[in-house]
Design a protein around this ligand. Structure first.
Ligand code: COA
Length: 559
């Protein structure tokens, strides 16, 4: 094993380029071509790859350092007999001096060698003229992918505004407008492979802002800024976009994602990672210099996505826009109760997590209603009210006993089903404070009188807000009865982790054909929502038929 010092390769003469990311740590084992550093100038970022494989022994640079060719990056422990000295091969491995080279080599080049690519060598004129803007010298890189168009036809752009973003494996660079003017035609699109001289756009350029003026400004720039290009190459003048970014960061104390239309500012490695994860970088807040998005920002964004409850995130759906309703008329804003908010979150969570299917049926409860009426007096003597609900509970309990999948829950990891040997049923109770679901235990073991008594008691407790958490836990199934309120049918939301819920609507007398004639029958509209991951349509059909049969002939409850 020998130690080799890895140095900054030829950056095309660039001096003082900023280190914006150190991609390795002491002890890391790197492969040849793995990125060691990301450097960034005003208009380009580039990754410096490892010239050979080895173990990082020490790192001589940190984020924020200003570096130039030949500066030591790190010491690498490499296997004996490894080819050339690392410092040389580092220079050779520089993937594409690309962006940085473009920026800095331009500084050496005081000829107008690059002018033709940008059309900047055109003679100055006072009349409006059309200029074709081309990809400048990108350090010899060929077929570099266009990953972003920053302008569209008809846009007015200032000299220095970014027109497109190019990205190779190791570097991304923005190509700035060499003129102030209007984009009359875009000649390139996202996904195209561009090389030096590839036409980007046609621009209508005002005569007053002629090439010679632009050139004069550009050649004046290096005097103010030592590392700025001196040629009439497209000037890396990103003040406009930088100002926009800085403006955004001052208006918001914490980093905010790029505003719509604002350019995303990220290096090639981050862009690549974002593409792999399918992340829209415009939604990610950048914490790097000038709001640059670094890898840590991506990690934080992904972590945050994983944490946000589905109820709040809406399953990745765009949130409902904030509307000022008062613009359209008088309004009254009341805060939601705690219970309302909890119910909303639970409903949303169930709705988004469970694939719901709802089936409908009518139970003929003509005989049940006759019996109930007959029992009214006795019920009064017992001090209870015998509504259809105890019958529904009893019939549901029997159907749950006979259809085990309905009396079950899916494990949180979705790997198993938990079958329950008890039958506890929740009943939705509408209270002034909101909806609550107390649970009646062992429904299958209780008589109709007991159930009538208990439901009335629990409903009273619910309305007086006297329910304890234990009164609302352990349900296997829920009944939501809107029968005394109205409606012909509805699609109840399952109270997860239960797998089904029964909705009860208002009893109606309807003509039913008995084979000879229509008979007036009391039909109770029922709707059964179930979790389609656990229960299929045939299961539901069977459950529903049994339930309806028991309600139609309550003698069956004894069987
Ligand atoms: N069709 C017609 N009438 C019905 C009926 C139905 N499906 N269900 C009940 N009724 C009748 C009852 O028989 C009673 O009339 P009666 O005194 O003449 O017998 C009347 O409506 C009032 O019944 P109620 O006091 O509400 O008792 P209940 O046992 O039917 O219901 C609760 C008890 C707690 C379930 C009910 O009061 C409640 O809060 N329901 C709302 C549930 C809810 O909000 N669900 C929505 C969830 S999103």
């Amino acid at each position: 094993m020998t130690k080799e010092t890895i140095k900054i390769p030829d950056l095309g003469g660039g001096e003082g380029v900023e280190v914006i990311e150190v991609c390795v740590a002491v002890g890391d084992v790197v492969e040849q071509e793995d990125s060691l550093l990301v450097l960034e100038s005003d208009k380009a970022s580039m990754e410096v790859p490892a010239p050979k494989s080895g173990k990082v022994v020490s790192i001589a640079m940190s984020v924020g350092d200003s570096v130039s060719e030949g500066d030591a990056i790190l010491e690498l422990e490499v296997a004996e007999g490894s080819d050339e000295p690392a410092s040389e091969s580092a220079a050779e491995s520089a993937p594409e001096p690309d962006a940085a080279a473009e920026q800095t080599s331009a500084a050496d080049d005081d000829t107008d060698g690059g002018n033709d690519t940008a059309g900047a060598a055109q003679p100055a004129s006072t009349a409006e003229r059309t200029e074709t803007v081309k990809v400048p010298d990108v350090g010899g890189g060929e077929g570099i992918e266009v990953i972003e168009l920053c302008v569209a036809e008809g846009d007015e752009v200032n000299e220095g505004d970014s027109l497109i973003v190019l990205e190779s494996d190791k570097a991304s660079m923005e190509v700035p407008a060499p003129f102030t003017g209007v984009v009359s035609a875009m000649l390139i699109k996202v996904g195209d492979a561009a090389s030096e001289g590839t036409a980007i756009a046609e621009m209508r350029v005002a005569g007053a802002n002629s090439v010679s003026d632009a050139k004069a400004e550009q050649t004046a720039a290096p005097a103010e800024k030592a590392d700025a290009p001196m040629s009439a190459e497209p000037e890396p003048k990103n003040e406009a976009s930088t100002a926009a970014r800085e403006g955004a960061s001052t208006s918001s104390p914490s980093p905010a994602p790029a505003a719509p239309g604002e350019q995303v500012y990220a290096g090639p490695a981050v862009r690549k990672l974002a593409r792999e994860f399918g992340i829209d970088l415009s939604k990610v807040s950048g914490s790097g210099p000038r709001k640059r998005i670094v890898k840590e920002d991506l990690h934080a964004y992904v972590k945050q996505l994983a944490k946000v409850p589905a109820a709040a995130a809406g399953g990745g759906i765009e949130p409902i826009p904030d509307v000022d309703f008062a613009k359209f008329g008088e309004v009254d804003i009341q805060p939601l109760s705690k219970l309302d908010k909890l119910t909303a979150a639970n409903m949303h969570r169930s709705w988004l997590n469970l694939p719901h299917v709802t089936q409908f049926d009518d139970a003929d409860i003509t005989e049940l209603e006759d019996f109930r009426r007959e029992m009214k007096k006795e019920a009064e003597q017992r001090g209870v009210k015998l509504t259809p609900l105890p019958f529904l509970l009893k019939a549901a309990a029997a159907a749950l006993r006979g259809n085990a999948k309905f009396n079950a829950s899916l494990s949180a990891d979705g790997e198993s089903i938990v079958y329950k040997h008890y039958v506890h049923i929740g009943m939705a109770v509408d209270t002034p404070a909101g909806l609550v679901v107390p649970v009646i235990r062992d429904v299958d073991k209780k008589s109709l009188w007991e159930l009538a008594e208990e439901t009335a008691e629990l409903a009273k407790k619910a309305r007086e807000r006297k329910l304890k958490p234990a009164d609302m836990q352990g349900g296997c199934f829920t009944i939501s009865s809107l029968g005394n309120i109205g409606g012909t049918g509805f699609t109840p939301i399952i109270n997860a982790p239960e797998v089904a819920i029964l909705g009860v609507s208002k009893l109606a007398v309807k003509p039913v054909w008995d084979g000879d004639s229509f008979q007036p029958r009391k039909l109770l509209p029922l709707s059964l929502s179930y979790d389609h991951r656990v229960i299929n349509g045939a299961d539901a059909g069977k459950f529903f038929t049994e339930l309806a049969q028991m309600l139609a002939d309550i003698r069956r409850l004894l069987l």
